[in-house]
Design a protein around this ligand. Structure first.
Ligand code: GYE
Length: 349
C-alpha cells in the first residue's frame, strides 16, 4: 500500500515536471519567434498593443456637468448618463448645476483642476462659454457637448455635439398644427410656454414652430412666456394666460412638464384640456404619454433623453484620439393621442 502511494507520488511529480517543461518550451518558442526579425509594421503593431493595454487598464475619468433636475426628461437623461458610465467602467464625476450657468462654469473649472480625461456637459444656455471652454482647451482636456448646444463660433472648443435637432422638433409641432387647422377660416389663438430663456431647445423649438405656422396667417401666437421647463412654472404662467385671454384655442408647450402644469391650471379654470384647448408638447416622457393617452395632450413631439450610450462611445473615441463626427443627431418620432395609447406600455422613461 505504502509502495503504491510512493509510486503514485513519483508519477505525479514526473507529470508535473513534464508539464512545466512543455510550458517552458512553448514559451521559449514564442520568445524565439519574438526575436525573429520583425517587419516595420509588426513592430508598430506591437507598440500600439502595449499602449492600448496600458490605456485600457486605466479608468477613464469623465467630468459631467448636468443642467439640473427640472423635468422628467432630465431625470431620465441623468439616469442614462450614470448607468452607461458605470457600464463603460468610467470614473464619473457628476455635478448638478441647478439650472445656473455660473454653477456649470465652476464645475468645469474644477474638472480642469482635477485633470479629468474628458469633460462633457449640457449647457443650460447657449451663450457665454468661450472663456471656460478655452481654459479646457489650453489644459488639453477635450470637451463634448451633450443634449444642448453652445453658440461659440470657434468650433474647435469642443469635439462634438450629441443631441436632438430642436428646430426640427419645433417644425414637427408646427406641421401638425397647420395640418389640423388647414380648413380654419377664423383666427386660431395660440399661447406658448417657452423653455428656459436663452437655452438651445427654447430658442430652436420656437424658431422651428414659428417658421412653419407662418404658412397660415390664421395661426396666431397671442402670448408667449417662459415656464423654465418646470411643472410649477408651467401651471403658474398658464394661470396668467387664462386670466388675460378668454379665447385661447391652442397651447404649445416646449416640454411635457410645462404642459402637465398647464393642464392643472386649465382644469382648475373649468376647461377641458385637449378639447377646449388643444395641447401640443415636446419630450414624450412617461407622464406626458399618460396625459396624451387620456386625450389631454393632443400631440407630442419626441425628444429622446437616453443619450448615455452614445455619449460614452464618444468619450472613449475622443480619449483614444479617434475622429468623431462634429454633430451626432438623435433619432426621434411624433405621437398623437391614439399613438400614445398604443405605445405607452413600451416606453422606457
Ligand atoms: O426638452 C426639457 C428639459 O434640453 C432637450 O430640457 C432638453 C430639454 C427637455 O428640461 O424637458
Amino acid at each position: 500500500m505504502k509502495k503504491m502511494k510512493m509510486f503514485g507520488l513519483l508519477l505525479a511529480s514526473v507529470m508535473l515536471m513534464l508539464t512545466v517543461a512543455c510550458g517552458n518550451s512553448s514559451k521559449d518558442k514564442e520568445s524565439t519567434d519574438d526575436k525573429a526579425p520583425a517587419t516595420a509594421t509588426e513592430t508598430k503593431t506591437e507598440t500600439k498593443t502595449d499602449d492600448t493595454a496600458a490605456a485600457s487598464d486605466k479608468k477613464i475619468v469623465l467630468g459631467f456637468s448636468q443642467v439640473g433636475a427640472e423635468s422628467g426628461w432630465r431625470t431620465a437623461n441623468t439616469k442614462s448618463v450614470q448607468d452607461s458610465a458605470k457600464e463603460a467602467g468610467f470614473d464619473l464625476k457628476f455635478s448638478d448645476a441647478q439650472q445656473k450657468q455660473e454653477n456649470q462654469i465652476k464645475a468645469i473649472r474644477s474638472f480642469i483642476q482635477q485633470k479629468v480625461d474628458v469633460i462633457a456637459f449640457s449647457p443650460v444656455v447657449e451663450s457665454g462659454w468661450d472663456t471656460v471652454l478655452k481654459e479646457a482647451k489650453d489644459a488639453g482636456i477635450p470637451v463634448i457637448l451633450t443634449d444642448r448646444a453652445v453658440d461659440s463660433t470657434d468650433t474647435t472648443l469642443y469635439q462634438t455635439f450629441i443631441g436632438s435637432d430642436f428646430v426640427e422638433e419645433g417644425r414637427s409641432a408646427g406641421k401638425w398644427l397647420v395640418d389640423t387647422y388647414k380648413d380654419a377660416k377664423e383666427p386660431v389663438n395660440i399661447v406658448e410656454l417657452e423653455g428656459t430663456t436663452g437655452s438651445a431647445p427654447a430658442n430652436d423649438r420656437k424658431a422651428g414652430f414659428d417658421e412653419v405656422i407662418a404658412q397660415n396667417p390664421n395661426l396666431k401666437v397671442i402670448a408667449s412666456q417662459t415656464g423654465d421647463f418646470t411643472r410649477a412654472k408651467g401651471k403658474e404662467v398658464m394661470q396668467s394666460f387664462l386670466k388675460a385671454h378668454k379665447d385661447i384655442d391652442v397651447l404649445y408647450a416646449h416640454n411635457d412638464d410645462m404642459a402637465l402644469g398647464a393642464i392643472q391650471a386649465i382644469e382648475a379654470a373649468g376647461l377641458v384640456p385637449g378639447k377646449d384647448i388643444v395641447i401640443i408638447s415636446v419630450d414624450g416622457v412617461h407622464d406626458g404619454f399618460v396625459a396624451a393617452s387620456e386625450g389631454k395632450i393632443n400631440f407630442i413631439v419626441e425628444c429622446n433623453p437616453l443619450l448615455g450610450p452614445q455619449l460614452m462611445q464618444a468619450v472613449r473615441d475622443v480619449y483614444e484620439g479617434k475622429e468623431v463626427p462634429k454633430r451626432i443627431v438623435t433619432k426621434e418620432g411624433v405621437f398623437t393621442s391614439e399613438d400614445a395609447k398604443r405605445e405607452l406600455p413600451n416606453r422606457q422613461y
